[in-house]
Design a protein around this ligand. Structure first.
Ligand code: 3PG
Ligand code: MG
Length: 403
């Protein structure tokens, strides 16, 4: 039996925050385009917790990672654009420290007045963050008196700001984290059936372990996106010039066979939209999935495959979708993703979209409001749904308590 996700986790509402300085770990890891925030879902989703704290007289130090920087001070991964966006949405100015938890952050944090906000620079500029370094956790903890974890999208990472800090400060789950755990916990523990997972996106290797355990829970798995090519190869088909992960073919074949033996319906595309090159203006052609031309690559699922997934979604009890069905940012190869999104929007099933590219696609189509939940977590929601313990949630259960 898995523990109900919020059991033993202190909530934001339990904290007395008036006049206190609170460190909030948010996941403001957003896509940037031309130096600006390209999709602000994660920024807007972090507002309720910040507003809760500020309106109760707390001062707030917000921290987040952005991207996967390899060196301190890398300007391409500065949180500057995020600070500007956050200030525009939140109201009060948002100061940005020059360092992460160094001299500048310490001085600015110490000077914060109730109702003021400081954003720390990119946590991953500090190599200790991803290593879960206790020394960095201590420097972060020293910036505040209380800790709130609202970084659902990163709570599957045992990093210093997520696993380390709550051991040093009294911590609680923020409103976003709480809502994500409630909704996704319900889907994990009592999904309405049939429970359908639609998985796409680029890499199978990222998702293999998740897939194995997710397949023990779902009734139907529909596969699309670039990762479908590895499934096609595992099914004995050829894939032309499509990208595949050769070294995963055998594991995928084993996985699919085991799932089918347990009665899980595994849907692979029957038809594909292909092109001669990986380009937005390449000419799209529809081919049968078992007759893939040698000189073509697959860039979307075909219309018959999309319609079949739409049918399954229409009669589902619950649907979880992660990863686009094709290169959805290019109009010629977006139809599969659009069909799945529209089918989910009109289904009476409980519909959840996992974060990242599929959430961005649904938002750009204006269909996010028609879903029951659009998660801010990609990898985190997958790990949660496969039944894995999330380090961030675990750390809150055993957080330092104030006497
Ligand atoms: C995400 O975007 O999935 C989260 O912010 C975590 O980022 P990461 O995959 O680089 O750890
Ligand atoms: Mg619905």
């Amino acid at each position: 039996m898995t523990v109900p996700l919020l059991d033993g986790v202190p909530r934001l509402g339990d904290l007395d925050v008036a006049g206190r300085r609170v460190l909030v770990r948010a996941d403001l890891n957003v896509p940037l385009r031309d130096g600006e925030v390209a999709d602000e879902l994660r920024v807007s989703a972090s507002l309720p917790t910040l507003e809760h704290l500020l309106s109760r007289g707390a001062s707030v130090v917000v921290c987040s990672h952005l991207g996967r920087p390899s060196e301190f001070g890398d300007p391409a991964t500065s949180l500057r654009p995020v600070a500007d966006r956050l200030a525009a949405l939140l109201g009060p100015p948002v100061a940005l420290s020059a360092d992460v938890a160094g001299e500048d952050a310490r001085a600015r944090a110490a000077a914060l007045q109730p109702g003021e906000v400081l954003l720390l620079e990119n946590l991953r500029w500090e190599p200790g963050e991803t290593k879960g370094d206790p020394e960095l956790a201590a420097r972060l903890a020293a910036l505040a008196e209380l800790y709130v974890d609202d970084a659902f999208g990163a709570c599957h990472r045992a990093h210093a700001s997520i696993s380390g800090v709550p051991g040093l400060l009294h911590g609680a789950a923020g409103l976003l984290l709480e809502r994500e755990l409630e909704v996704l916990g319900g889907l994990r523990d009592e999904p309405a059936r049939p429970y359908v997972a639609v998985l796409g996106g680029a890499k199978v290797s990222d998702k293999l372990i998740v897939l194995e355990r997710l397949l023990e829970r779902v009734d139907v798995l529909a596969v699309g996106g670039a990762m479908a090519s590895t499934f096609q190869l595992a099914a004995g088909r050829t894939v032309g010039r499509s990208r595949v992960e050769e070294d995963r073919v055998e594991s995928v074949a084993t996985l699919v066979a085991a799932a089918r033996a347990r009665g899980v319906e595994v849907l692979l595309p029957d038809d594909l939209v292909v092109a001669a090159e990986f380009a937005s203006d390449a000419t799209p052609e529809v081919v049968e999935a078992d007759a893939m031309p040698e000189d073509r690559m697959s860039l979307d699922i075909g219309p018959r495959s999309a319609a079949r997934i739409a049918e399954v979604v229409a009669r589902a009890g619950a649907v979880f979708w992660n990863g686009p069905m094709g290169v959805s940012e290019w109009a010629s190869f977006a139809a599969g993703t659009r069909t799945v999104a529209e089918a989910m929007a009109s289904s009476s099933a409980f519909t959840v979209v996992g974060g990242g590219d599929s959430a961005a696609a649904v938002r750009s189509m204006g269909l996010d409001g028609a879903m029951d939940h659009v998660s801010t977590g990609g990898g985190a929601s997958l790990e949660l749904l496969e039944g894995r313990e999330l380090p961030g949630v675990e750390a809150l259960r055993t957080t330092q308590r104030e006497s």
